[in-house]
Design a protein around this ligand. Sequence first.
Ligand SMILES: Cc1ncc(COP(=O)(O)O)c(C=O)c1O
Length: 358
Amino acid sequence: MSRPVRARIDLQALRHNLSLAREAAPGRRVMAVVKADGYGHGLLPVARALAADGFAVASLEEALVLREGAIEAPVLLLAGLFEAAELEAALAHRLALVVHAEHQLQWLERANPDGPLDLWLKLDTGMHRLGFAPEQAAGARRRLLALPAVQRGSLTLMSHLACADDPEDDYTDRQLAAFTAATAGLQEPRSLANSAALLTRPDTRFDWVRPGIMLYGASPLVAGRPSPAPLQPVMSLETRLVEVAQRRRGDCIGYGCSWTCPEDMAVGVAAAGYGDGYPRHAPAGTPVLVNGRRASLAGRVSMDTVCIDLRGAPAARVGDPVVLWGEGLPADEVAAHAGTIAYELFCGVTARVPRDYG
Ligand SMILES: Cc1ncc(COP(=O)(O)O)c(C=O)c1O
């Protein structure tokens, strides 16, 4: 038997989540955010499963994976060009480019290609991470519209929200007001909403929505808030028990002897650890499922294994299935224990973990 750790990817759940995005934003185009290897789910299988209106990635390399995989839908490079030399490939593969800074604008002006070229001008409406300040945006827009390649292609106006994951934070109102003011009366299509805004703020939907995390089934809202839509988990990180041992009260478990058995009890070892992307800082008490029953971590996470307090699953035997997150155990819950977010858990699953698509 090979090492049993797997990330099972439910493509039907992925499609279900896209349908929820479409229902929440009727008539809008959906730019599915598939950067970082489809948030760890596998870039090409995710894109092939999703009938989205476009796909957003973080680099030329990711975009080329999509084009080489025969994805013909629009592909948007969310950070645009990292160097001028990338423009040639972007043109050859008809990749849409975010333009967020003066140096990128100058590269385009200097190259002045024939095009066509689809550009997304990024405005900084308050996140202060990439983008033209609203007072620079009008000038940047004029310069982009003067490029023949853009006249043959298209221009879209976009911004990104910093606090949409907390629907009570009025920072979203301020960013929306800044975006609306900076783009008022302009005819170009606009895009603002990420998953959280798409689901909670109809007034941010504009022409293109850009959902990421909701497609993968995790809640886009801050920890402790229920998901605003019935999303289905897409990734289940699964393994099996490779040891079940009876330990005595006072026995310590794992590296650093940081956890001690409070009574005579069964402790299991499951074959998955931080070498697979399970967070090393997940503390004892973090939930896992053994045979579908809740149990919890005991002691520190190792590279290849985790130890499990089996008092919640007394019938457990070697070979029994263990779910670290996924079906029946939301990644958001595990993330909250580990002091992180589901985004990081998904992206952190390492290359040695086979992805099984179904
Ligand atoms: C510019 C941009 N738009 C949309 C998204 C999708 O965000 P979310 O995964 O929260 O839906 C991201 C993700 O980081 C992003 O950088």
